[in-house]
Ligand binder design. Structure first.
Ligand SMILES: Cc1cc2nc3c(=O)[nH]c(=O)nc-3n(C[C@H](O)[C@H](O)[C@H](O)COP(=O)(O)OP(=O)(O)OC[C@H]3O[C@@H](n4cnc5c(N)ncnc54)[C@H](O)[C@@H]3O)c2cc1C
Length: 397
């Protein structure tokens, strides 16, 4: 049997970031993941299919955390794209808002980064950390919380690891959450997201584009190549299969119809992938000796690109509370320590989820009164510098 200070279930962006922060604070960490070790990245190709279709719009707060961890420089060196403006519009009406970094005196609004690049940079950091072991290809199959005697995970190949604290960073279908009886509020959005890399006919000008269509939101995220964007097209389950099955030429036509004249025309689309979307929020993020972070605690609609940003904020706060407990020589798996983490994170996470739900429902409705209201609302926001400034500052944090 192995003992360690903290077990982290899941070596995604959240789990690897937490492992780095905790080992940098002197704790021994074992990370367990069911997936194979990702290949370290070599030189990257530049064709439309050479980009990771999973990208994230990382806020300045997330890049600051990744800088503290020591991963940000490697991300920038590899490939990332700063964006300094965002255009949001109602494709069923006339309302539109433009946000710019200039208006709030910031250099940019964030960076678009391929997920595999963030993971690779974190793996580079962990290779230098002596107190972290990452076990790949060995999923957790059982979790037992013995409270005073610690919490134990059993992996598929029969290994057992025990620690005073287990962190579930194992994604939206978290086995930690399910096996330990955490209650959740969840519902399907009845939507799936199609993701792909597309080529434009004109430069994207470092701008994000977001159209709210009756069938769901469509986002274009600018990549480091000025003619390429990553798209996240969320579509109601009733229409997604038909759109996914379109030929490349017809898919490009459908994209251009959806974007109208609000974004540069699309010329070409790369290979497409699809993700079902669901909202899931754990009623509690913690119990004695266990904490949930990121998607394991709260999976939300990708329409405002907040998922991993909320997850990284969880990670920063949890690491901070664990550090305070260790400096005060208090048990870091104690419920009082973990509840402080929950208190500091839950309100923001819930507020963001509620806002996403409001956007999704408000823009998904064909109700004519609601349509008039949302168009008037967007135009009003666009003409209100103080409100716009406030919204932009929220997006930066
Ligand atoms: C289409 C789409 C677009 C998005 N765009 C954005 C965006 O622009 N900005 C943003 O902030 N967020 C975005 N998100 C959300 C973001 O991708 C997620 O919030 C983020 O990936 C969650 O990271 P995580 O580390 O919590 O979980 P994951 O990335 O899901 O990692 C979980 C890890 O746990 C492992 N695991 C699972 N089960 C077990 C087990 N039994 N044993 C051991 N290991 C296990 C998995 O192998 C995986 O490595 C998007 C999501 C989607 C679907």
């Amino acid at each position: 049997m192995n003992e360690t200070d903290v077990i982290i279930a899941g070596a995604g962006i959240a789990g690897l970031s937490l492992a780095a922060l905790l080992s940098q604070r002197g704790l021994r960490v074992v990370v367990v993941d069911g997936a194979p070790h990702p290949d370290r990245l070599g030189p990257l190709g530049a064709g439309v299919n050479d980009w990771d279709r999973r990208v994230s719009a990382l806020t300045p707060a997330s890049s600051a955390l990744l800088t503290d961890i020591g991963a940000w420089a490697a991300i920038v060196e590899k490939r990332s794209a700063a964006y300094d403006s965002m255009r949001v519009w109602d494709a069923e009406g006339t309302g539109a808002v433009a946000f710019t970094a200039f208006e709030v005196g910031a250099p940019d609004l964030g960076h678009i980064v391929e997920n595999r690049i963030t993971v690779d940079a974190l793996l580079g950091v962990l290779e230098r950390e002596k107190t972290v072991a990452v076990r790949w290809n060995d999923p957790i199959i059982a979790v037992n919380n013995h409270h005073t005697a610690g919490v134990q995970v059993t992996t598929e190949n029969g290994d057992r690891v025990t620690a005073p604290l287990l962190v579930g960073a194992d994604g939206a279908k978290s086995i930690v959450r399910r096996q330990l009886g955490f209650r959740v509020r969840q519902w399907s959005y009845e939507q799936s997201a199609i993701v792909a890399t597309i080529a434009l006919e004109q430069h994207h000008n470092a701008r994000c584009y977001q159209a709210f269509l009756a069938t769901g939101p469509l986002a274009l995220l600018p990549l480091a190549d000025p003619l390429l964007c990553s798209i996240v097209w969320s579509l109601d389950t009733s229409s997604v299969d038909a759109v996914r099955a379109l030929t490349d030429a017809d898919f490009v036509l459908a994209l251009n119809r959806a974007l109208g004249d609000q974004a540069p025309p699309v010329a070409k689309v790369g290979a497409r992938a699809m993700f079902p979307l669901q909202q899931c929020h754990a009623v509690d993020y913690v119990q004695t000796r266990v904490a949930l972070v990121a998607d394991a605690a709260h999976a939300i609609h990708p329409l405002a690109g907040q998922g991993i940003n909320l997850g990284l904020a969880d990670v920063g706060v949890l690491a901070d509370e664990i550090e305070q407990a260790t400096s005060a020589q208090v048990d870091w798996g104690d419920l009082a320590v973990l509840r402080r983490y929950q208190r500091r994170r839950k309100t923001e996470n819930l507020a963001t989820m509620a806002a996403m739900e409001g956007f999704k429902r408000g823009f998904g409705s064909g109700n004519p009164a609601l349509r008039v209201l949302r168009n008037a609302g967007l135009s009003w926001v666009n003409k209100s510098p103080h409100i716009k400034r406030w919204l932009t500052m929220q997006a930066l944090s």
